[in-house]
Structures are given as structure tokens and as C-alpha cells.
Design a protein around this ligand. Structure first.
Ligand code: C2O
Ligand code: CU
Ligand code: CU
Length: 430
């Protein structure tokens, strides 16, 4: 913490070697280490500054996914940090407690930079999250779970994509926080998992191997109004979920990803991973567990707009070749929104492939999926939403950041192969 109270973080992007398997090291990239990056943590109202140094031999960026902040601090493709260069974005945290993350965003190369290991969590706290009886001892009963899929080719990563794999790279195995075949010892009755899908193309449908229900307490941008009991939570690339699992003494259970029902047709399930299953993380409960307080029945109010005061509707056709028929152009602003207003955005995906949609700077409310109320897993603050083939999704969001006609924010498909190939557009707030 600096003299004026600013919380300062140092991040250095660097190349290194990681031993995922005994005796075999893989060339990887990370922040302050060889793979992934430290968990950053700040409170609502706090000023933060991140001093970034690029120790790679190519240019990159660092984007704060889910963060509400001025466009010039966003770390999108316009805020490149040259090889050997540095960048020092700063802002005031002005949003509810949430599990956010950071990753590079260089136009055309985001998939590559994330695949090599550049990603980390950014946890926000607020007065409410500190007061609520939720598991909150980091690394003890409150665990970051960064899920990525990888394929090894001998000692190296194989990032190859099959001919039919139009979603992007799909790995054969999953890592949690950079670890293969991971397990976690649990000493409390309730354990909170902050799930982050940091994979570049793969969507997961998480549940527990014995089918037990868990409580969803948070989505991308923060806590729900109340915990929701469910057995599965689906996360496409970039999405997060905070779930609380109840453990029994001495037992073992596995966080698994199951085959997915809403992934598109048989072709998509077969070639784009919808039919795959992974054992992601084993939970091993101690013989004696510390009692945990019951989850609160109410978590609080959502701060995302309901959409009834929307002044503008926009439509986005999600196609592999571009959004609304146009591939990304760094020199073109696609949409101009008015500061302080609410808009309703409708997404439509109909080109036979899985897509999702992420909007920078805002958290939105999902109003409808195919004309119906969204399922419980989509009822919290969101910044990324899965839009499989044949789906229409309606969102409400408010743009209340500072006006800046010269610095665009991005919206894009977060299947990074699609994003790199042009499924991205730019908006400015004026
Ligand atoms: Cu997670 Cu535009 O990014
Ligand atoms: Cu983002
Ligand atoms: Cu896509």
C-alpha cells in the first residue's frame, strides 16, 4: 500500500519452465513465475495501481476481465505493452465483491498468450461480503479453482486443433491452478470453490461425482440475491461461479465436468467437446471437520439493471466470421453508447457453432434465454454468457463509467480462437 493509500501490485510477464509431470518440463509463460499469476485482491472503494513489466520477447497486454474501469485502463488490444516495456494502469474499485480475473488481450494473439499460462484471479471484497457468513479463509475453505485444458506432446504443450474442431483448441486433460491430477484436503464442513473457466475454447458443466447438490452463491460479477441449490453449473470460457459444497467427514468426492445437454447438435457434441467428461478436482475431507455456519438465506441486492429503463436496444448476430457480419477492425468503432444509460442487447447464435459473448466494463443481467426467464445459474451479475447454436439471449446493462470517445471497450466471443479471428467489436461511452 502506497502513502496515499493506493494498493500497488507488481506483475511481470515472463517466460519459464513448468514441471507439470515429474521430470518433464514444459516451456510456459506466467506473471511473477513460470505459469499463471498471483491472486490479486482489493476492496470496494480502494484505489489500485498495477505496475506491469513485459519480460517476454513479444508485445502483450493485461486486461482486467469483469472490472468496471476507465477504457484507457482496460488493457484491451489498444493498450499494448511492448517487449521489455511497462504500463501502470490505476483505477478506483467501484463494484461489488466478485471473482474477476486478468489475462492478455493482444489482437490476434490472445489465444496463444493465455494458452501459455498468462492468467490470474482478481478477487474483490466489500463490506457485505466481509460480513456474510460465507466460507472466506483463502486457501482453507475459500479456494481459487482455475480450470484449463491442455494436451502434452512429450515435454511440450500441443496446441493443435483438429480439422473438425471449429470451437478452437480442446485439450485432453484439465489443470487446476496449473496442477495435473489435483486434489485438495478440506477441513471444514463447507468449502467455497471460486470456479474460473480459463480455458480458451472448452465449456464445462461442473457438478460433483456423486450427484450431490451444491449452493451457487456468486456468478461472474458478484453474489446472487440468495444461494441457489443445483447439481450442475455450466461455464463457458471466461465465466466464473462461486459454489459452496457441504462435505462429510473422511469422504472423497470429485468436481467433475459432465457431458452437456445444451451444446448444439450431435456434431457439436462430438467435435467441439460437448460430450466430453473430466475429473477436475478431488476433494478429500479430513476425519474431523470444523463446523461451518449455515449459509445465509439472503445474500443481498443485485446491482445490475432490470432493463425497464432501457433507452436503446441493440442486436448482435454471433457468427464465426464476425459479429453482425463484420470482422474486428481496430480502427472502427462499432457502437456508441451514452454514459449513464441502460441498454438491452440481444444476442443470436445460429451458425452451427458454440459461441459466447463478453462485454468489457459492465456487469449485465440476463433477462431472457430463448424468450424465457433465465435458469438460476444465470440470475446473478454476469459479464460473459454462453450462446450455443440456436440460442437468443437478452441482456440489460448500464454504462456509468467516464465518457471517453477515444478509447474503445471490447465485446467479443470469449472462445479465443474466434476472438482472434475477428469475432470482436468495439464500443465507446460518450
Ligand atoms: Cu476476458 Cu475481452 O476478455
Ligand atoms: Cu474482459
Ligand atoms: Cu465464437
Amino acid at each position: 500500500v502506497a502513502k496515499d493509500g493506493t494498493r500497488v501490485f507488481d506483475l511481470r510477464m515472463q517466460a519459464g519452465e513448468t514441471e507439470f509431470r515429474d521430470g518433464q518440463s514444459t516451456s510456459t509463460w506466467g506473471f511473477n513465475g513460470a505459469y499463471l499469476g498471483p491472486t490479486l485482491r482489493a476492496e470496494r472503494g480502494e484505489k489500485v495501481r498495477v505496475r506491469i513489466r513485459n519480460g517476454l520477447d513479444e508485445a502483450s497486454t493485461v486486461h482486467w476481465h469483469g472490472m468496471h474501469l476507465p477504457a484507457e485502463m482496460d488493457g484491451g488490444p489498444h493498450q499494448m505493452v511492448e517487449a521489455g516495456g511497462s504500463w501502470s494502469p490505476h483505477w478506483t474499485v467501484d463494484q461489488p465483491a466478485a471473482t474477476l480475473w486478468y489475462h492478455p488481450h493482444p489482437h490476434g494473439a490472445t489465444e496463444k498468450h493465455v494458452q501459455r499460462g498468462l492468467a490470474g484471479m482478481f478477487i474483490l471484497d466489500d463490506e457485505r461480503s466481509e460480513r456474510l457468513a460465507l466460507p472466506k479463509r483463502y486457501g482453507v475453505d475459500d479456494l481459487p479453482v482455475i480450470v484449463q485444458d491442455v494436451t502434452f506432446d512429450g515435454a511440450t504443450f500441443d496446441h493443435g486443433r483438429g480439422l473438425m474442431q471449429n470451437a478452437g483448441f480442446l485439450g485432453e486433460r484439465t489443470l487446476v491452478n496449473g496442477t495435473l491430477s489435483p486434489y485438495q484436503e478440506v477441513r471444514d464442513e463447507l468449502v467455497r470453490l471460486r470456479l474460473l473457466n480459463a480455458s480458451t475454447a472448452r465449456t464445462y458443466d461442473f457438478g460433483l461425482s456423486d450427484g450431490r447438490a451444491f449452493s451457487l452463491v456468486g456468478t461472474d460479477g458478484g453474489l446472487l440475491e440468495r444461494p441457489a441449490r443445483m447439481e450442475r453449473v455450466q461455464l463457458s470460457p471466461g465465466e466464473r461461479a462461486e459454489i459452496v459444497v457441504r462435505m462429510k467427514p473422511g469422504e472423497r468426492t470429485v468436481l467433475r465436468s459432465f457431458p452437456q445437454g445444451n451444446y448444439g447438435d450431435a456434431w457439436q457434441r462430438r467435435f467441439n467437446g460437448g460430450g466430453d467428461s473430466f475429473d477436475v478436482l478431488q476433494l478429500r475431507a479430513a476425519e474431523r471437520l470444523r463446523p461451518s455456519p449455515a449459509l445465509p438465506a439472503r445474500l443481498g441486492e443485485l446491482e445490475v439493471p432490470a432493463g425497464d429503463d432501457a433507452v436503446r436496444a441493440r442486436h448482435f448476430d454471433l457468427e464465426r466470421t464476425g459479429i453482425n457480419g463484420r470482422p474486428m477492425d481496430m480502427g472502427r468503432v462499432d457502437e456508441t453508447v451514452t454514459r449513464g444509460t441502460t441498454e438491452v442487447w440481444t444476442l443470436r447464435s445460429d451458425d452451427g457453432m458454440p459461441h459466447n459473448f463478453h462485454v468489457h466494463d459492465v456487469q449485465f443481467r440476463v433477462l431472457e434465454v430463448n424468450g424465457e426467464a433465465p435458469p438460476p445459474r444465470l440470475r446473478g451479475p454476469k459479464d460473459t454468457v454462453f450462446v450455443p447454436h440456436g440460442t437468443t439471449v437478452k441482456l440489460a446493462m448500464r454504462f456509468d463509467g467516464p465518457a471517453d470517445p477515444d478509447s474503445p471497450y471490447m465485446y467479443h466471443c470469449h472462445l479465443l480462437y474466434h476472438e482472434d479471428e475477428g469475432m470482436m467489436g468495439q464500443f465507446v461511452v460518450v
